[in-house]
Design a protein around this ligand. Structure first.
Ligand SMILES: Nc1ncnc2c1ncn2[C@@H]1O[C@H](COP(=O)(O)OP(=O)(O)OP(=O)(O)O)[C@@H](O)[C@H]1O
Ligand SMILES: [Mg+2]
Length: 367
C-alpha cells in the first residue's frame, strides 16, 4: 500500500483549515499536503491517517452503505460522469472522512478538503468553488456548521453548477454569474438533524453510518495490526473490540495503547493479558467506559442516589463542562442503557448500578 501524507481534516473539536487539493489516487509524496489542521495531538492524527483504508475493498463493515456507494461509483464510472452529491452522516470516528477520501480515490479524481466552520462567508465558498476542476470531489466536513449565507451559495453550485462572484464593494458591487465545472460535493456531518431541508434535499444520496459490531471491529483491528507489523492474538483483538464503543477510531487508539504497553512492559506479545493490563492502566473498563464516563456514572449513582439530577449539577460534580458531559459522555452511556434522560433530569438505570458493583437499594433507589 502506498504511503501517504496525513490528510485528515479532523473531527468536530479541531480548529480547521483552508481548502486545499490533493490527489488521493495519486502517488504519495511531499506534494500531498493538505493537513492544515492543528490537532491537539498531531502524533495521533498521523497514526490515524496511516491506518485509513484507501479503497472500498479495504473498508470494513457498513455493508449497506458499502453497497450503496459501490453502485454509485460503478454507475458514475460506466457513464463517465461525476456521481451525484453525497452526504455522509453519523457519529465521530465511524469513517466519514475515510469514505470521502475513498470516493475520490475510487474515481481517480482530485480531492479538495474544507470544513463548515472555516466557510463563514459566501465569498470564501465562492472562491473555493470557482477553483474546482471537472469531476473534482469537494469534501466539506462538518457541513452543518457552515454559515447561512454560504449555504445559499452552495445551493446554487450544487444544483446549477454556478457561483455568483461579487465584484467591487458597497453600493457599486455587482454579482457576475460564473459557470463552474461539474464536481461532486461530499458533505460529512455528525448532526444530520441540524442540516436545513433545502441542503439535505440537494444531495443525491445520504449514507448513514452506524456503529460497528465487535466482529467488524476485530477485523479492523487485525488489519491495523498487520499495517503496524504487530502480531495481535485473536482473543486480544476480540477484547479490544468489545471495549471500543462500536467505533474504529477508538479501536485503533486502544490498539496503539496495548502495543505501547506490550512493548515496554510486556515483552512485546499482544495477547489477552497484555490487553487487560494495558487497558486497566489507561482506565478503559470492560465495557469501554473511561475515567470520565465512570466518574459521571459514579456521581449519579452514589452522590445523587441514581437521580434524577440536572445536567449542570452532574457536570459540576465531576468538574467538567456541561457540553462535554452532554456531548461526549452521555451519548455513550445512553446507548449502553446506563443512563436515561427525563424531563426531571438524568437517571441511572439498574445496569449502571450493576456496572459499578453497587446495590441500587442501598444507594436509595430502585429502578
Ligand atoms: N470501515 C473502516 N475500516 C477500517 N478502518 C476504519 C473504518 N472506518 C474508520 N476507520 C478508521 O477509523 C479512523 C477514523 O475514521 P474517520 O476519520 O473517517 O472518521 P469520521 O467519521 O470522519 O470521524 P469525525 O466525525 O470525527 O470526523 C480512520 O483513521 C480509520 O483508520
Ligand atoms: Mg472526519
Amino acid at each position: 500500500m502506498a504511503e501517504r501524507a496525513p490528510v485528515d481534516p479532523g473531527g468536530p473539536v479541531h480548529p480547521v483549515d483552508t481548502a486545499g487539493s490533493v490527489d488521493p489516487a495519486g502517488p504519495a509524496g511531499p506534494a500531498g499536503p493538505v493537513d492544515p489542521v492543528e490537532l491537539a495531538d498531531p502524533g495521533e492524527a498521523a497514526a490515524e491517517a496511516a491506518l485509513r483504508p484507501h479503497t472500498l475493498g479495504e473498508f470494513v463493515g457498513q455493508r449497506r452503505v458499502w453497497e450503496q456507494l459501490s453502485v454509485l461509483l460503478d454507475g458514475s464510472r460506466s457513464r463517465g460522469v461525476p456521481p451525484e452529491h453525497l452526504l455522509l452522516a453519523g457519529p465521530p470516528g465511524l469513517g466519514k472522512t475515510t469514505l470521502a477520501m475513498i470516493v475520490a480515490a475510487e474515481l481517480g479524481r482530485p480531492l479538495r478538503i474544507t470544513s463548515g466552520p472555516v466557510i463563514q462567508h459566501a465569498g470564501e465558498l465562492a472562491s473555493i468553488l470557482s477553483n474546482v476542476t471537472e469531476g473534482e470531489v469537494l469534501f466539506v466536513d462538518e457541513i452543518h456548521r457552515m454559515s447561512r449565507p454560504a449555504e445559499e451559495t452552495l445551493y446554487l453550485a450544487m444544483e446549477d453548477f454556478r457561483v455568483d462572484v461579487v465584484v467591487g464593494r458597497g453600493p457599486g458591487a455587482t454579482s457576475i454569474p460564473l459557470d463552474i465545472p461539474r464536481f461532486t460535493l461530499v458533505g460529512a456531518t455528525t448532526r444530520a438533524g441540524l442540516l436545513p431541508g433545502p441542503l439535505r434535499d440537494r444531495f443525491g444520496f445520504t449514507a448513514q453510518l452506524d456503529y460497528y459490531d465487535d466482529a467488524e471491529l476485530a477485523v479492523i483491528l487485525a488489519r491495523s495490526a498487520g499495517l503496524l507489523g504487530l502480531a495481535l492474538a485473536p482473543a486480544a483483538a476480540a477484547e479490544i473490540a468489545g471495549r471500543s464503543r462500536g467505533t474504529p477510531r477508538v479501536a485503533n487508539r486502544l490498539l496503539r495503547r496495548v502495543r505501547d504497553w506490550a512493548e515496554v512492559r510486556g515483552g512485546g506479545t499482544l495477547d489477552l493479558d497484555a490487553t487487560a493490563a494495558a487497558l486497566e492502566l489507561y482506565e478503559v473498563d470492560a465495557r469501554g467506559l473511561d475515567r470520565l464516563d465512570r466518574a459521571v456514572l459514579d456521581a449519579l449513582c452514589r452522590r445523587f442516589g441514581g437521580g434524577p439530577v440536572g445536567l449542570s449539577t452532574l457536570a459540576v460534580s465531576v468538574g467538567e463542562e456541561t457540553e462535554t458531559v452532554e456531548g461526549v459522555v452521555e451519548p455513550f452511556l445512553l446507548r449502553e442503557g446506563l443512563l436515561v434522560r427525563t424531563p426531571r433530569g438524568r437517571l441511572a438505570t439498574s445496569a449502571a448500578f450493576a456496572h459499578l458493583g453497587l446495590d441500587p437499594q442501598a444507594a436509595g433507589r430502585l429502578l
